[in-house]
Design a protein around this ligand. Structure first.
Ligand SMILES: Nc1ncnc2c1ncn2[C@@H]1O[C@H](COP(=O)(O)OP(=O)(O)OP(=O)(O)O)[C@@H](O)[C@H]1O
Ligand SMILES: [Mg+2]
Length: 302
């Protein structure tokens, strides 16, 4: 831990009665990074975030944010954090504009021009009542209220929930700008390609436990992919044997299928000897990634 550690959780554990939320979560998020928190439904992402922000109390363990203990300094921490709730509950009777001004006034010092710029980028209809807004348009308001104060730390629970691809892109651009300005982002997701696209590092949580914290490069080098290559003509299987990282090769007529771990380089180079018509890559599912770590864990124990 050093001064640039913005979030530090130590053996953070939360039980809801007997129901496990999270167990012994150790996470360090560094200043200026985009940290992705990846896990399937029910893994413990929201529980971690709420415990970090002191909205719920841990059963055991502790957290510091900006080197301040979250139990003792939650007011100060909340002032410096932009937060997007994963289960957004907005004030239905208000318009978007009312809500943002209300929240802005609570904290003070809101730059309304910046809010309008953000609203334009995300095509938010601020004068409209929240009640009639679609899920995606509510989500955009949620994002605006998290970003509008330009906080030094953003904690975003499933920020792209409900956003269409164009708006997702706008959000990724905003993340990049935020990062370039030296601010820090912690976001949760259950979508691997998204995390790969926008994050510097990722923590993987499964059944309440963090099973890995990796840079995106390392994560990709572990990744398993199913590949299907269509050739113009029948290819000899033996040309594809013993390629590093390639297994389960099957050649039927002009179609080769296989499993590749990590880099595709050897397979692509071997394929280039023949005329390639199409390459279909099936991205690994979250479960595939978990299995990789699970198996590695078992191998380490041996
Ligand atoms: N208030 C609660 N009372 C009892 N159990 C809870 C409560 N909130 C969460 N849990 C349980 O804690 C575990 C973690 O839930 P959590 O909401 O943190 O997961 P998540 O990773 O955010 O999932 P999702 O992707 O669906 O949002 C789950 O087993 C869930 O059922
Ligand atoms: Mg959640």
């Amino acid at each position: 831990m050093n001064n640039d550690t913005i979030i530090n959780t130590v053996k953070l554990t939360k039980y809801y009665g007997k129901q496990k939320g999270i167990e012994e979560v150790d996470l360090q998020v560094q200043r200026g990074e985009v940290f992705g928190y990846l896990g399937p439904n029910g893994a413990g992402k929201t529980t971690t975030i709420r415990t970090i922000l002191d909205f719920i109390r841990p059963t055991r363990g502790s957290t510091t944010v900006f080197d301040l203990d979250t139990r003792q300094h939650s007011v100060e921490i909340h002032r410096r954090v932009g937060y997007l709730n994963g289960e957004l509950a907005l004030y239905n009777d208000m318009t978007g504009e009312d809500l943002l001004k209300y929240l802005g006034n609570l904290r003070g010092g809101l730059d309304w021009k910046y809010v309008k710029d953000l609203a334009a980028r995300f095509q938010c209809d601020l004068p409209r009542r929240i009640q009639g807004l679609s899920l995606g348009n509510k989500q955009k308001l949620g994002l605006l209220q998290a970003f509008m104060h330009k906080p030094e730390l953003l904690i975003l629970d499933e920020p792209t929930n409900g956003l269409d691809p164009l708006m997702q892109h706008e959000f990724y651009d905003l993340l990049n700008e935020t990062k370039k300005a030296g601010r820090t982002i912690f976001l949760s997701s259950h979508v691997l390609p998204e995390v790969e696209k926008v994050c510097d590092r990722v923590g993987i949580i499964r059944q309440g436990k963090v099973v890995a914290v990796e840079t995106i490069e390392t994560l990709k080098s572990h990744s398993i992919r199913q590949l299907e290559i269509h050739f113009a003509r029948v290819v000899p299987k033996e040309k594809f044997s013993n390629l590093p990282g390639v297994r389960d090769i099957n050649v039927q007529n002009n179609i080769l299928t296989c499993t590749v771990v990590g880099s595709l380089d050897a397979l692509v180079k071997a394929s280039a000897q023949f005329e390639v018509v199409n390459i279909i890559s099936h991205e690994p599912s979250l479960e595939d990634i978990f299995m990789t770590y699970y198996n590695e864990g078992k191998n380490n124990v041996k």
